[in-house]
Design a protein around this ligand. Sequence first.
Ligand SMILES: [Zn+2]
Length: 245
Amino acid sequence: MNRLLTAALLWLCLVSPAWAQTARCEAEVRRAATTLGQIHRQWPLRPTGDRVEQGAQYVAARLGRYTAGSGRIWRVHIVRDSKLNAFSIGDGHIFLTEGMLRFVANEGELAAVIAHEFGHHLAGHFCTSARKRGFWGGLFGGSGEENATRSRVGALTAIVDPEKEREADRIATIVLDRAGYDPRHALELAMRMAHSGSAAHFQYRHRVEALQELLAGRPRASRAPADSQEFREMKRTLWQEEALR
Ligand SMILES: [Zn+2]
């Protein structure tokens, strides 16, 4: 009987949602649609279905299988920009720059970037501000917390709140684990970015320390899965374009 009970409890732990809020809120959907229109008018995006976009979308879809139940449809957009950045606008829309796709060393690092953006969605960060006074065009659903910093991404304002970044990282770790990617890729990427001099949104001051704490005691995965064909095609296309410049 005891063994049965333990098994049931374990099962409950395994299937219980790892994030507090999964549903989109009305304000999130509305704001994302407005911002998406703005971005499409103002930013140079890669066409849908090209190899670079497909490679990133493939990784998002692979991770997305492990967020089933959230009702989210994940959509990755690639910005023609050499800066290192990744951000979200809510309602499943994630933006990655070409600079970021060139920078990631392997598929696991790209998965870490995308899973972090999933984390912001799954934590409900895009709904939070709707409950607070006003919304001023933040990309991450920030709400003007004291510790948050703001930066410009084109005509939009990005908010980086260390507390929300940590929450996104915590959820990302769970999604990466489920999808078979080693969450330590997030730390490796953050460490390399810390030395790159870039000012990407998730490169907040103590991110490396926060990730080290989150991943403390976690053994390195014994065998890293090989990069997918889609990821390799994406990298090859970017290299070819770079060579032609
Ligand atoms: Zn973030």
